[in-house]
Design a protein around this ligand. Structure first.
Ligand code: HEC
Length: 445
């Protein structure tokens, strides 16, 4: 950590902030001053490029990169270094392909708007020069302080964090781990009927935490077990809540509580880590915290699974669609609070439409993820009300680049087509075939 007098010497262009870990981070923006003992001023980013990166990239590609981003994108020098994944290329040479890649966009939330893409494209096409003349006259990239999370509206009553519920236990994230999906199993701690009323993330080692999902399942697990999720997530696992960078927790409406499993139920916390930058001391205790109450609220909500188990994707098919229809048997309005689409790696898009009275001409969209990314799954809020007679149609689309037929299953090389929908009254969103498992799908398996 820097001493105070060093801090003052950094001059007025530098920002300093204290991270939650207590570490002091200093950042001088693109007005890079010369290192001590040298006289030539360092090169700076053009102002328009600095603005696009400051607005869209530095929440992750900060001076100390966050959420698995392997490098900083703050200074001109950052853009000229060798890329982490392709050391023969400079960082700026990767910008063009990643910002245009709709399947793996940067930023991960979706493609940049056209003017911002234009700024980066023109700069890359020109060979990524430093600023000159008037385009040096912009504000520096201001340090991004990291996510500002809304506090939970309660003293968190339960925490499910990697690894274990015990204070001080952490999961060591191996160096050079890209795409590491770890699962942590917990027996449900709830001995009496309990509802959750709010969820929030616990962000511990932000450098390597990519995103996380809390599932519930009735399939017995071993309490405290840590395992590789790929292929081992039970097929009845239901998405309870999730977090990805940029997201906040969720708070249920004041009269609604989400049913929590009793002690014969289980939670599985799935954390997606990304440590291609090779950080050696990544020990993480991130996870989910929630507000739970035994004073049950009038409306009990639960998660129902929509979609289809009827998956058979031909080899080398570029756009294969699977559709599952749900006609709830309930005779009352069903209030939807949110949905969490889930497919595996061949999935390209997922949508659930509500066909009013079963009529495709009278359709309301519940959720439409038209550029699905297995690596950035999240949940989407909703306020739709499903009326008796409505049909929910879920369509999953796949691109099968393999030479094999791909079927439903929990292994990574199998596929899924699920939308986990949180709705009240609990259990209303199910059909005759799937009532016991809170499923509303064509075929029960
Ligand atoms: C929400 C966090 C986040 C934001 C915002 C973000 N990135 Fe990334 N970036 C990542 C992560 C995580 C990786 C590593 C995983 C991957 O390659 O997808 C990455 C990787 C990259 C890579 C590949 C580096 C390599 O060595 O392979 C490039 C290039 C990149 N980002 C550019 C950008 C640009 C340009 C922006 C802004 C327009 C941006 N990113 C915004 C998280 C982010």
């Amino acid at each position: 950590m820097r001493q105070d007098n060093d801090m003052r010497a950094l001059g007025r262009l530098c920002g300093a902030l204290v991270l939650s870990s207590g570490a002091l981070l200093t950042q001088c923006g693109p007005a890079e001053t010369a290192p001590p003992g040298t006289s030539a001023p360092a090169l700076r980013l053009p102002a328009d490029v600095a603005r696009v990166m400051g607005d869209n990239c530095t929440s992750c590609h900060a001076s100390t990169p966050r959420f698995g981003a392997p490098m900083a994108l703050v200074t001109y020098a950052d853009t000229q270094r060798a890329a982490v994944t392709q050391p023969t290329q400079r960082v700026w040479q990767l910008l063009g392909s990643r910002t245009h890649d709709a399947r793996r966009p940067m930023p991960p939330s979706g493609l940049l708007d056209a003017p911002s893409l234009g700024v980066l494209d023109a700069w890359v096409a020109a060979g990524a020069p430093p600023c000159s003349g008037t385009n040096c006259e912009g504000p520096p990239i201001t340090p991004d302080p990291g996510p500002v999370l809304r506090p939970l509206p309660c003293q968190a009553t339960n925490r499910f964090v990697a690894h274990g519920t015990a204070a001080g236990s952490e999961f060591h994230v191996p160096t050079n781990a890209g795409n590491l999906n770890k699962c942590f199993a917990f027996r449900s701690p709830f001995t009496r009927p309990t509802q959750a009323t709010a969820f929030g993330p616990v962000i511990d080692d932000a450098r390597v935490l990519h995103h996380l999902i809390l599932f519930s399942t009735d399939t017995p697990q071993r309490d405290g077990e840590v395992f590789d999720c790929d292929g081992r997530l039970p097929r009845d696992a239901r998405f309870v809540t999730g977090w990805a960078p940029g997201g906040q927790g969720s708070v249920l409406p004041p009269d609604v509580g989400m049913e929590m499993p009793a002690t014969d139920g289980w939670f599985i916390l799935q954390i997606h880590y990304w440590n291609i930058a090779g950080i050696a001391d990544a020990d993480d205790a991130s996870g989910i915290q929630l507000c739970a109450t035994e004073e049950l609220r009038p409306h009990a909500a639960a998660i129902s699974t929509l979609g289809s188990l009827d998956i058979d994707i031909p080899p080398r098919s570029t756009d294969h669609a699977v559709t599952g229809r749900c006609t709830p048997t309930a005779r009352e309005p069903i209030h939807i609070l949110g949905s969490g689409p889930h497919m595996h790696r061949l999935g390209t898009s997922l949508r659930t439409e509500v066909l009013r009275g079963g009529d495709a001409a009278r359709m309301d969209m519940l959720v439409n993820v038209d550029s699905f990314s297995f690596d950035s799954q999240t949940s989407y809020p909703s306020e739709l009300v499903v009326m008796p007679g409505d049909v929910l149609r879920t369509t999953c689309r796949y691109r099968n680049t393999t030479t094999s037929r791909v079927f439903f299953g929990e292994r990574t090389e199998d596929e899924m087509c699920f939308n986990f929908v949180l709705a009240w009254p609990a259990g209303a969103l199910s059909n005759a075939a799937g009532a016991s498992g809170r499923r509303c799908i064509d075929r029960s398996q």
